[in-house]
Design a protein around this ligand. Sequence first.
Ligand SMILES: [Zn+2]
Length: 90
Amino acid sequence: MELKKCARCGKFFASDVEVCNVCEKKDLADLGKLKDFFAESYISGLSKATICSSTGISTRNLNRYLEYEEFNDIYLDDSSIIEKTLIKKK
Ligand SMILES: [Zn+2]
C-alpha cells in the first residue's frame, strides 16, 4: 500500500482509496445527501452553489463527487445566473 494524501482533510494515510477512514464516513453521508437531492429536487441546469447550499456539501467535495461514474449523466450549470435568481426570491 502506498501513502496517500486524503482528498478531504489532507492527512496522509496508507490505503488504496482517495480519502482516509475518518473522511470515508463523511463522504458516504455527503453522497447519501447528494443522491437524495438529485432524486428529489434536481432541476436541469442547477448551479453547483445551489446544490452546496441545499445539501451542506462543500464545493470542493462536490466537485470530487461529480467525477464519480454514477454522476456522469448529471449536467450542472456553473454560471451564477440561476443562483442570483434564487437569492432574490428569498
Ligand atoms: Zn481525511
